[in-house]
Design a protein around this ligand. Structure first.
Ligand SMILES: NC(=O)c1ccc[n+]([C@@H]2O[C@H](COP(=O)([O-])OP(=O)(O)OC[C@H]3O[C@@H](n4cnc5c(N)ncnc54)[C@H](O)[C@@H]3O)[C@@H](O)[C@H]2O)c1
Ligand SMILES: O=C(O)C(=O)C[C@]1(C(=O)O)C=C[C@@H](O)C=C1
Length: 369
């Protein structure tokens, strides 16, 4: 827990900055907000993420939550304007920002000194949304999610401890690694998925409406993040281009192999090749950890068909709690052209049948998958 009397200034009150403000406020922290956009700043204040910063006030912790392209400059300004504060940034790329800061500190014309960087720690919460701006902010965004702390060679122990405490006070689990290791890791687990989602979704641009009307969960699962902000992703992908390109070379090989196989699927070895591709995906997906970095666990899904009217989700959840079953995950799907929704309740596999039976007895229409 960050000591409550320490004041946190959040510079950049968009999705991430406002979410951090909401989470810190809920944990009893004093938060100041600042954004070059007066609207983003006011909205963040209005939703309860903190109070607008008065120029000259001294913060003890500064969180830079600006777009990656201006992050190094913002960190440098914060280190100079808050001369005793720990300064951390949360940008999605780490190596480039650290190099930019080292270059500023080495530039005799720039006021940033190498010793100022002792108070800086690069960090990256591995939680976000495909939306931008403070309106989409959620205080619980970081609960049980990884938060990477990339101490650099001269980060002080105190600065690292402060950044770690801040991440933990938002419910995140902390992972420490170098900026280089971070960038290689996120190329695979964050940047590749974004590229894949965007490429798949872009195939839909000219699709016929009758085909799109058949869309099920497969398409939705693979494309949610295709709605992400292009401005942000230009900065992320170009800021981490080399590690992403290395992965794309491998992906290109696999795609070319699949094309070759599907051109003649009945040719000798063709069926085995297709099976191998799917099996390789099976092997990869089982390696994605679950909550708190625990081994992956697959939950059983109980789907409840509900009328598309207010109060239905709350009523189902109320009935689930009376059965005494913990909800591990929740998802709502709408059926195109129908006034019904499908509420997918994920539970531990051993509790599935009991829950389905109880909900059916209570009058709900339940589907097991
Ligand atoms: N979106 C995600 O899922 C996600 C997840 C983890 C980390 N991040 C990182 O968090 C940072 C913010 O992303 P976001 O999704 O909140 O974007 P956002 O567009 O929602 O918010 C960015 C905010 O920064 C403000 N801003 C612009 N220039 C600024 C400057 N010079 N100084 C201070 N603020 C400035 C903008 O007005 C805006 O309010 C980025 O560095 C991003 O890489 C994003
Ligand atoms: O879940 C989402 O919508 C995200 O965008 C999250 C996600 C990710 O890839 O996990 C995206 C980019 C950020 O740098 C960190 C988190």
């Amino acid at each position: 827990m960050v000591e409550p009397q320490r004041t946190v200034l959040i510079r950049g009150t968009g999705l991430l900055g406002a979410s951090i403000g909401l989470g810190l406020r809920a944990a009893g922290q004093k938060v100041w907000l600042s954004d070059p956009s007066p609207t983003a700043q006011r909205i963040a204040q209005d939703i309860g993420a903190g109070t607008i910063y008065e120029a000259g006030d001294q913060a003890e912790i500064v969180v830079v939550a600006s777009p990656p392209e201006v992050t190094a400059q913002e960190v440098a300004d914060a280190l100079q304007n808050h001369p005793t504060a720990t300064v951390l940034d949360i940008a999605s790329v780490k190596g480039k920002i650290l190099s930019q800061l080292n270059a500023l500190a080495a530039d005799a014309q720039h006021p940033l000194q190498q010793q100022d960087l002792h108070r800086y720690v690069g960090t990256h919460p591995m939680a976000g949304r495909e939306k931008s701006g403070p309106v989409a902010a959620r205080g619980e965004l970081f609960t049980s999610m990884p938060w990477v702390i990339c101490a650099h060679e001269t980060s002080s122990e105190e600065a690292v401890a402060t950044a770690t405490a801040l991440a933990r006070s938002l419910g995140a689990s902390v992972h420490r690694m170098t900026a280089t290791k971070h960038d290689e890791s996120v190329a695979l687990i964050s940047h590749l998925p974004q590229v894949a989602a965007s490429l798949v979704a872009s195939r839909l641009q000219d699709a016929e409406t009758s085909a799109l009307a058949l869309s099920g969960n497969g398409l939705r699962d693979v494309t949610r993040i295709a709605a992400s902000d292009p401005n942000l992703w230009v900065q992320i992908l170009s800021g981490n281009a080399r590690p992403v390109v290395e992965i794309l070379y491998g992906l290109r090989e696999d795609i070319e192999r699949l094309i070759g196989t599907l051109e003649e699927p009945e040719a000798p070895g063709g069926q085995a090749d297709i099976a191998q591709l799917i099996a390789e995906g099976n092997a990869g997906v089982t390696r994605i950890p679950g909550k708190h970095g625990a081994p992956p666990q697959s939950f059983a899904v109980v789907t409840v068909i509900i009328d598309d009217k207010p109060g239905q989700i709350a009523a189902v959840l109320n009935d689930v709690s009376t059965v005494g079953v913990n909800v591990e995950d929740l998802r709502m799907e709408h059926s195109a052209g129908h006034q019904v929704g499908m509420l997918e309740v994920s539970v531990l596999p051993g509790r599935r049948d009991e829950l389905a039976e109880a909900l059916t007895e209570m009058g709900w229409k339940v589907v097991l998958s």
